[in-house]
Design a binder for this molecule. Structure first.
Ligand SMILES: [Zn+2]
Length: 300
């Protein structure tokens, strides 16, 4: 009974009008209700707490996003600046490559002029006149192309200079320099014999001037004869290579010896009247492949 009383609670409801109502409930019920309420409150509190922490998280996330966004903006600005810089660099590059090409065209023109002057045709030239479109400019490619063009031109110029040097070397060996100043008194070919009757073949030209006038080498070469020759008096013969040789006769004094290397225009003798001569003059002959040729066709 006591146990039974302890385990139950009696609730009496006493209204004013009606009969008293009596409800009997087990004693553990209110405890459960209180516990339930406590749980609900706790859950609610936790829930609210969680809500506010998630709100903070959200706010933090938002702030982060804002920071990220401003960073992105800065990055974009930097990129924009970089782009501008690249653009100006591109333009600079375009100007440089164009400059390179213009210079190459100028060199090409000069080369052609030199070729014309020297009377040679150098090895084939590359096609360097290529228009470039700045909008389609690929900096690396353009640099590569410019580099290749310059390298090609360098090789080409090396060959050209070699060709020119060979040409100048050849021209230096052509006996086209007048060997003495003076008056041309006799030309190449048949002429009246100055020492007798009839005609004789004159193998060269005569240049008259006073005794002691400088006699110069008509081209560079090697002295192959320096001495007396019947009729010619004191004579110098120079071998110029390329099948050319020259003879200088009737000299008063010889200034070079056999084996000497002489330059074009070098004084090799003094004009005189030695040998069969009617007065101080230079008898000058040019031989090509061993045969005398008309010096006036060679002299400039
Ligand atoms: Zn003569």
């Amino acid at each position: 009974m006591k146990n039974k009383d302890n385990s139950k609670i009696c609730i009496m409801i006493i209204p004013h009008t009606e009969k008293v109502k009596r409800i009997t409930i087990p004693k553990w019920v209110p405890k459960v209700i209180i516990t339930a309420i406590a749980i609900v409150v706790t859950v609610t509190l936790v829930f609210f707490n969680n809500m506010s922490s998630s709100e903070i998280e959200l706010k933090e996330e938002y702030n982060n996003k804002i920071t990220e966004l401003s960073n992105l903006e800065k990055e974009y600005e930097n990129k924009q600046k970089e782009l501008e810089k690249l653009k100006s660099q591109n333009l600079e590059l375009y100007e440089i490559t164009n400059e390179v090409k213009n210079k190459l065209v100028e060199i090409d023109k000069l080369q052609r002029q030199l070729e014309k002057m020297a009377g040679i045709k150098s090895s084939s030239r590359g096609n360097i006149i290529r228009k470039i479109n700045p909008e389609k400019l690929d900096p690396e490619k353009e640099m590569e192309v410019s580099k290749e063009l310059l390298e090609d031109k360098e090789k080409e110029l090396e060959i050209f200079i070699q060709d020119l040097e060979e040409r100048f070397e050849y021209l230096e060996s052509i006996p086209d320099l007048w060997p003495a100043e003076g008056e041309l008194t006799s030309t190449f070919g048949n002429r009246k014999n100055p020492f007798g009757k009839g005609t004789q073949f004159h193998q060269g030209i005569d240049i008259n001037n006073s005794s002691g006038t400088d006699v110069k080498a008509a081209a560079k070469g090697i002295v192959v004869f320096s001495g007396d020759k019947a009729g010619y008096g004191k004579v110098i013969i120079i071998d110029h290579g390329n099948d050319y040789s020259t003879l200088y006769g009737h000299n008063k004094k010889l200034l070079v010896n056999v084996g000497d290397k002489v330059e074009k225009g070098q004084v090799i003798a003094k004009m005189g009247n030695t040998g069969r001569s009617t007065g101080p003059h230079l008898h000058f002959e040019i031989h090509k492949s061993g045969n005398p040729i008309n010096p006036l066709e060679v002299l400039k």
